[in-house]
Design a protein around this ligand. Structure first.
Ligand code: FAD
Length: 453
């Protein structure tokens, strides 16, 4: 039997994969008995921030990772398709429908038992009964202590911040325009926290230079919420709060989440001086999130400052941005490429706390940890997918990056080995890398008789 601790994206996917390979699984999820600071429901695989799984084309790395997961029979990918909302070439979902689909599928699986309650120590494990810890960035304190005791001093903290959501009917449509960047849906996805990936159906709030200056001055003087344990504060570079970016320079936001390039305002025929993008956040279309606008400024201050954005003067906030803790282990020190703990190979870590970053990456690591734990329990051999695949490259990065400067990573083509003789041009090169990855994944699946029926 396999024990999975944590019913988030990684734990749910891991449980599903192991159960599909015929191994009984007990999945422990502490909610609703014990809530976290950001989850709102008792559902499995709840999305805590953006509703986007980012780009879905094979010329961007997260699109490739998703295609690999589909071929491997990912439940997360299946539930995402079932709850898809319009977002151009990105895969964005209705978060309620997504989590409900996941919860029902896991609950109905004959080999999965879901147990609600906090796990406060690392359960015993053996080759026949492996354990997967997938308790995420908000791992409870007691279990965090147990993990720290097991892995030594390598466990680290840092802080991320999440974007605000506004009620659609309170957006002044006379001031905003609907457009995708470059008027197309083929641009590559980039960072976590839903930073604009240049895709999809967005409402854009254009700012003149005066409006931008007014907004900037209000932002840099706004009062921030206190961060717990402030001297340890470290943000993931791909998910910086807007005020942290603003403090780096007056124009930093105009080259980041407020960049206007490729966004032509149909009323003027020109790109504005700066722009804020709003992305549909649920199927009903009544919630829009401010793309890339994660922030830690105080809630009262947030409404004052964000209402300076044209179109949001009367905005009603469904959720404010906030700061959260992120718990993860130092992957290269602690883990093998199989997601096994070096010091205890019958124990696996998966998801954000294993040292990856992002919804898709977390689910992907859970997928492979689940397959490997099932193979271990069945007495079969197992090996990581080839490094030329996105899912294999992610595992390789986590296990082999420089431990002295370790940072959780999104999937990027930069961590996949180059393709000799690849065509010129980024898009063609990336497509060629994806072609090789999918061929190599298919070969790996055949060799392990993992072809999904
Ligand atoms: C506030 C916030 C915003 C984020 N925003 C984004 C984003 O916009 N886009 C993106 O791609 N990524 C985002 N991330 C990063 C990351 O991708 C997500 O946190 C993702 O949910 C990680 O998946 P996971 O399965 O590792 O953890 P989770 O999905 O958090 O699942 C872990 C589960 O373990 C449970 N648990 C914790 N401790 C215990 C215990 N002791 N016993 C039993 N159960 C326990 C929790 O209740 C939770 O359900 C964000 C993270 C946070 C915290």
């Amino acid at each position: 039997m396999i024990t999975v601790v944590g019913g988030g994206l990684a734990g749910s996917e891991a449980a599903w994969q192991a159960a599909e390979r015929g191994v009984p699984v007990t999945l422990h999820e502490m909610r609703p008995v014990r809530p976290t600071a950001v989850h709102k429901t008792d559902r499995l695989a709840e999305l805590v921030c953006s509703n986007s799984f980012r780009g879905d084309k094979l010329d961007n790395a997260v699109g490739l990772l998703k295609e690999e997961m589909r071929r491997l029979g990912s439940l997360v990918m299946r539930a995402a398709e079932a709850s898809r909302v319009p977002a151009g070439a990105a895969l964005a979902v209705d978060r309620e429908v997504f989590a409900e689909t996941m919860t029902r599928a896991i609950g109905a699986h004959p080999r999965i038992t879901v147990t609600r309650g906090e796990v406060i120590s690392i359960p015993d494990s053996s080759e026949r009964d492996p354990v997967i810890i997938a308790t995420g960035p908000l791992t409870s304190d007691a279990l965090s202590e147990a993990i720290a005791a097991l892995v030594g001093g390598q466990q680290l903290y840092f802080y991320d911040a999440i974007s605000p959501i506004v009620l659609a009917e309170t957006i002044d449509r006379s001031k905003v325009f609907r457009a995708s960047r470059w008027d197309r849906s083929l641009r590559a996805a980039g960072a976590a926290c839903g930073v604009d990936d240049g895709q999809g159906d967005y409402l854009n709030c254009p700012l003149t230079r005066d409006e931008y200056d007014r907004f900037y001055d209000a932002l840099v003087t706004a009062e921030s919420a206190t961060v717990h344990d402030f001297d340890k504060e470290r943000f993931f570079e791909g998910c910086l709060p807007i005020e942290v970016m603003a403090h780096r320079g007056r124009d930093t936001l105009r080259f980041g989440p407020m960049k206007p390039v490729g966004l032509v305002d149909p009323r003027t025929g020109r790109e504005p001086y700066a722009a804020v993008q709003l992305r549909q956040d649920n199927l009903a279309g009544d919630h829009f999130s401010l793309v890339g606008f994660q922030t830690q400024i105080k809630w009262g201050e947030q409404s004052r400052v964000l209402r300076l954005i044209p179109g949001l003067e009367q905005a009603e906030f469904v959720r404010f941005g906030m700061v959260h803790r992120n718990t993860y282990v130092n992957g290269p020190t602690v883990l093998h490429e199989t997601w096994q703990v070096k010091a205890r190979p019958t124990l696996f870590f998966a998801g954000q706390m294993s040292g990856v970053e992002g919804y898709v990456e977390s689910a992907a690591s859970g997928l492979i940890a689940g397959l490997n734990a099932a193979a271990l329990a069945r007495g079969e051999t197992f090996a990581p997918p080839p490094r030329t695949t996105a899912i294999g490259a992610l595992a390789y990065y986590v296990a082999n990056a420089n431990p002295a400067h370790y940072e959780p990573s999104n999937i990027t083509f930069g961590i996949i080995p180059p393709l000799p003789g690849a065509p010129r041009g980024k898009k063609l090169r990336n497509q060629a890398l994806s072609g090789r990855a999918l061929a190599d994944l298919d070969g790996w699946m055949q060799s392990r008789t993992l072809v999904h029926q």
